[in-house]
Design a protein around this ligand. Sequence first.
Ligand code: G3P
Length: 221
Amino acid sequence: MKYCYMEPDILINFKHYENAVGYNVEKLLQDFESLDSQNGVYYCLSPLDLRLQREFPDLKIYGQHVDSNGFGAFTGSISMESMKGIGINGSLLNHSERRIPSVEINKTVKRSLDMDFKIVLCVENLDEVKKYSVLEPEYIAYEPPELIGGDISVSSAKPDIIEKAAKICDGKTKLLVGAGVKNRHDVETSMDLGAAGVLIASGIIRNAKPINMLVSLMGNR
Ligand code: G3P
């Protein structure tokens, strides 16, 4: 297996874990702020907490979902405009726990390209990689739903799919992989298979020392 020397992109999905929303998230972000380098690290927060971008200007905060509409009569919306207004320039879309119809995915990704807003488009299988990579979002994040939140990492359970997905993305859109990622070995294996990095939640957020886990996943940089 070849070893990949590039730095991985690490996107942390805070989901709606109790220690990662509301007042609790501020403590986590203070810890993460102490990293020597924030290169390639993105923090995907609950919509309630996105305004913390103002308090943590050195952190790259992303959303967990974004809508295709702009400003207007759209109750409950999270628009790219409102996120950009508070300094946020990207978001997850179509996460396994927040799936949206294909027509919405198309509309949102197309609009994001005009808005210079980065979409991390989550998909569950190779058919979806094929279907959506042509839209050329910033990232495609492949996460097999059955492995999410578990202890078996996508890189050990589905290495062949990661390799195929990387070929389909072909450098036009960056590939992330996620589900069950727990250590640096999982990150390096994913990158050897052609991923640009990982999308991770419980491995960091549910760890007793989230900052230590993030440092060890980042490797030497
Ligand atoms: O978005 C990341 C997520 O779905 C993977 O979750 O807990 O397996 O790292 P986890």
